[in-house]
Design a protein around this ligand. Structure first.
Ligand code: AMP
Ligand code: MG
Length: 177
């Protein structure tokens, strides 16, 4: 959790050094298509769409993002919690489009994620308990290993705990230098 905040902070730091990346939000690309088709009215509804539709939206987003070219940082979900289980955020056909050099997992203590979700009124966050969040983060690490196998990317987990955003931002910037 807090991916977008960490990415924006890191890009701001790098910009000052003349290093520039274009931030891309994968969910936004999916949402543009989904809302144009009248499938959803809110980005948080996408994860409950039928699996085939989520996959189609994913594929279209990946193709569009791949066309943007080099030096991009994609803000996305390692896995998506759907009513029928975890959906890989980067299945093989998405990875083949994106071919990332590095995969960064932004992790936070489960109790802090729980508290942040409860206090975030701007989004419809999952109502999961501590154990559910823990399982999800564990599954994300596991599937990240398969992303590394498929692409040869490196995998790095960075921690984004409360009150230490600056550390997470610095770590992210360092990975992008
Ligand atoms: P975000 O704004 O990053 O929390 O993303 C909003 C929503 O976009 C997520 O809850 C997912 O439904 C969807 N999404 C983002 N990335 C992916 C992905 N790689 N595969 C499938 N759905 C995704
Ligand atoms: Mg975000």
């Amino acid at each position: 959790m807090g991916k977008t905040t960490v990415i924006n902070g890191a890009l701001e730091l790098l910009e000052r050094e003349g290093v520039s990346y274009r931030p891309i939000n994968f969910g936004t690309f999916m949402f543009e298509v989904a809302s144009a088709e009248g499938l959803v009215s809110d980005r948080d509804e996408m994860r409950t769409l039928p699996q085939d539709i989520q996959r189609r939206l994913q594929k279209t987003a990946a193709e569009q993002i791949a066309r943007i070219g080099e030096n991009i940082i994609v803000d996305t979900h390692c896995t998506v919690k759907t009513p029928k289980g975890f959906l890989a955020g980067l299945p093989e056909w998405v990875l083949r489009e994106l071919m990332p050099d590095i995969f960064v997992l932004v992790e936070t203590d489960e109790d802090q994620i729980l508290r942040r979700r409860l206090s975030d009124a701007t989004r419809t966050r999952d109502m999961e308990g501590y154990q559910g969040i823990k399982d999800h983060q564990q599954f994300n690490r596991a599937i990240a290993a398969s992303y590394a196998m498929l692409t040869g990317c490196t995998v790095k987990a960075i921690q984004n705990p409360d009150f230490l955003l600056d550390n997470a931002v610095a770590e992210m910037a360092e990975l992008l230098r």
